[in-house]
Design a protein around this ligand. Structure first.
Ligand code: UDP
Ligand code: MG
Length: 321
């Protein structure tokens, strides 16, 4: 007896790739169903994250053509992480296992065979990890890998080179739903869940069509989001740098006193000017970091909904707000 699989795919302005993604997933799903690896009522769910192009129309057409495809329309753009969570939470009660994947076919869809096999062996979470990033541009590879390393040093445990291609069992997804934070960084949150976990390696390809929806600005804010969500080490670093600077100022004081009593007055305002600017800069930076956390607390206390599903297109359990 096989289990029900739901593929959850966040889509933001993906009209260029969706038809191809759908075609390949349809073949894959049909094959899995035929081999009785997954149940007949399995689905591919596209989450439209407030796209500005015709992505939603494409999804509606796919759904009309084949009930294998269902769609979730969010009321506006909320970003990759929220779209993913919206999809997973909406389908959690119908699926035994959920695989999340990007729309752009950069992740090898055949890696799911191994993921599903591990699920049947009893794993609740299976991470897809890129064995190489040869196809990424040097810039993307460099920024992404520095990001994973920084996260690690700051004590925020993430799975190295794992994006959001992963399989989760229903109970793991439901446990994730218990995490109430509004600032989402799923690849840092999932490892906190526990459960039996495993990894599957795959080669990351190029985007099939369209452009990356993660320009540098979004990547930087995603990194800041990740670090401040998972780690308070930056705050500790502020305390340490404050302590260190205080020590330096003591040394300078002693030095000045010695110079004074030996008859040499400390000369030069350069030194003073540099100190003022240096310390001023550090103070501002520290305030900025504290501000990041305070801002986060502010947003969390509002307890705003993390996403709003406007419409869920599905033959069996769809609805509309
Ligand atoms: N995405 C989304 N909302 C956004 C930005 C991106 O749902 O605001 C989706 C996008 O459609 C894709 C996935 O998130 O399926 C990853 O985006 P992308 O492939 O552009 O990122 P990259 O692979 O370049 O890091
Ligand atoms: Mg991509």
């Amino acid at each position: 007896m096989s289990d029900t699989l739901y593929y959850v795919i966040p889509c933001y302005n993906e009209e260029a790739v969706l038809p191809e993604t759908a075609k390949r997933l349809e073949e894959k799903m049909n094959d899995l169903i035929r081999r009785d690896v997954i149940r007949q009522d399995s689905r591919v769910v596209f989450v439209n994250d407030g796209s500005k192009d015709s992505t939603w129309d494409v999804i509606v057409r796919l759904h009309e053509g084949n009930p294998l495809f269902s769609g979730i329309n969010l009321s506006r753009n909320r970003g990759h992480q929220n779209a993913l969570l919206a999809g997973m939470m909406t389908v959690a009660e119908y699926a035994d296992m959920i695989i999340s994947m990007d729309a752009d076919l950069q992740d090898d869809i055949h890696a799911c065979d191994e993921m599903i096999a591990k699920y049947y062996e009893g794993c609740d979470i299976v991470y897809g990890v890129r064995s190489s990033r040869k196809k990424d541009t040097f810039f993307k590879r460099f920024t992404a890998q520095s990001f994973y390393r920084t996260m690690d040093r700051l004590g925020a445990k993430t799975v190295y080179n794992h994006a959001d291609y992963r399989l989760m069992s229903r109970r793991a997804v439901q446990a994730l739903g218990e995490f109430r934070e509004v600032n989402l960084f799923l690849r840092g949150m999932v490892p906190l869940l526990g459960f039996r976990t495993d990894t599957v390696y795959y080669e990351r390809g190029e985007r099939f069509a369209g452009e990356s929806k993660y320009p540098l600005k979004k990547m930087v804010s995603f990194a800041v989001e990740g670090i401040t969500s998972l780690s308070t080490t930056p705050l500790r670093m502020i305390s340490w740098s404050g302590f260190f600077i205080f020590l330096v100022s003591l040394i300078i004081l002693v030095y000045s006193l010695i110079r004074h009593f030996t008859g040499h007055t400390v000369v030069g305002w350069t030194f003073l000017a540099v100190s003022i600017w240096g310390i001023g800069g550090l103070i501002l930076l520290s305030l900025g970091i504290i501000g990041e956390y305070v801002g986060k607390i502010y947003l969390e206390t509002k307890q705003r909904p993390r996403y709003i599903v406007e419409e869920y297109l599905d033959d069996a359990h769809g609805y509309r707000l």
